[in-house]
Write a protein that binds this ligand. Structure first.
Ligand code: G
Ligand code: G
Ligand code: MN
Ligand code: NA
Length: 262
């Protein structure tokens, strides 16, 4: 239908844009960075979220140039924030998280494209975190992990997105070049009731303890209330993301939020 025919040229027509959602340190509430979330401003249908077009982009192969575009825009944005931060970077320079689809992982240009973008923009690799879903790495062989290892060795963080939704093979974690677990929103939702479900509390406690013992940081997604944030902070989670702090929004918004607490 309409989306399928319009998608291939949407990139050259400049119809994609990126919103940024802050990543907040649970210990002190400071904004440490943001996740880049792509949107399509469709001439007839208005703003479309990624669930409406990412699967299509993966199917048609557009995801490779689109993903490269998102990465470059996001890294440029991170550089701009860092320039604007100037001396007032109480919590350190802002970092940027970018989602990778499984098709990008198997594309041979991933490492070189990333290196080129970082060099062109003059942004240090440790400013960048690439998010890969747990399901994309299920049963991953060495060929699939090699590019991620290269990137991790350069200093790029790799985060395991939506962690806990798939067949989490905890023992498998050791083998993956990841440094961050992004705990799925469903865990945060179960912290909604007070007191929270004791089994869920134990599960999160166990994941955090395992993650920390493997030197992985834990980010929680979908935090919508202060009570959830507090509970997750007590459980030892490091960083949080969610509507409680901010909805995804334009880059200026993120910069304002980061400056307020600096
Ligand atoms: O907040 P939102 O509905 O935009 O995000 C939905 C999902 O879309 C996210 O969980 C993320 O996995 C995916 N997504 C957002 N932006 C990108 C992107 O640039 N590339 C890929 N591959 N996925 C994205
Ligand atoms: O990469 P990922 O699929 O995790 O992207 C985050 C998704 O979750 C996006 O679709 C984003 O809009 C959505 N989201 C972000 N914060 C919240 C929140 O606090 N609550 C809910 N329900 N969804 C959120
Ligand atoms: Mn993500
Ligand atoms: Na996620």
């Amino acid at each position: 239908h309409g989306l399928t025919t319009a998608l291939p040229t949407a990139l050259e027509r400049g119809e994609f844009f990126i919103e940024y959602q802050p990543l907040v340190h649970l210990g002190d509430g400071s904004v440490r960075g943001a996740e880049a979330l792509v949107r399509w401003l469709h001439p007839q249908h208005g703003v479309l979220g990624p669930d409406r077009f990412i699967p299509l982009a993966e199917h048609t192969g557009l995801i490779v140039p689109l993903g490269r575009w998102v990465l470059e825009q996001s890294v440029r944005q991170a550089r701009e924030w860092r320039e604007l931060q100037g001396g007032v970077e109480a919590a350190g320079p802002l970092r940027i998280n970018v989602n990778l689809s499984p098709c990008q992982l198997t594309h041979p240009g991933l490492v070189q494209d990333t290196v080129d973008i970082l060099e062109r923009t003059g942004v240090a690799p440790d400013a960048l975190c690439l998010e890969v879903t747990e399901s994309a790495l299920i049963g991953a062989d060495d060929d699939l992990l090699k590019p991620l290892r290269r990137l991790a060795e350069m200093g790029v963080d790799i985060a395991l997105d939506d962690f806990g939704t798939g067949y989490s093979n905890l023992a498998n974690l050791r083998r993956l070049p990841v440094s961050i677990l992004k705990l799925d929103r469903s865990f945060t939702q179960s912290m909604q009731q007070f007191p929270a479900d004791p089994v869920d509390l134990k599960i999160v406690e166990g994941i955090v303890s395992l993650a920390h013992s493997l030197d992985l940081a834990v980010t929680v997604e979908g935090v919508e209330t202060g009570a959830q944030a507090e509970q997750l902070r007590i459980l030892g989670c490091d960083t949080a993301q969610g509507w409680y702090y901010a909805r995804p929004g334009p880059p200026e918004r993120l910069h304002q939020l980061a400056l307020v607490d600096a």
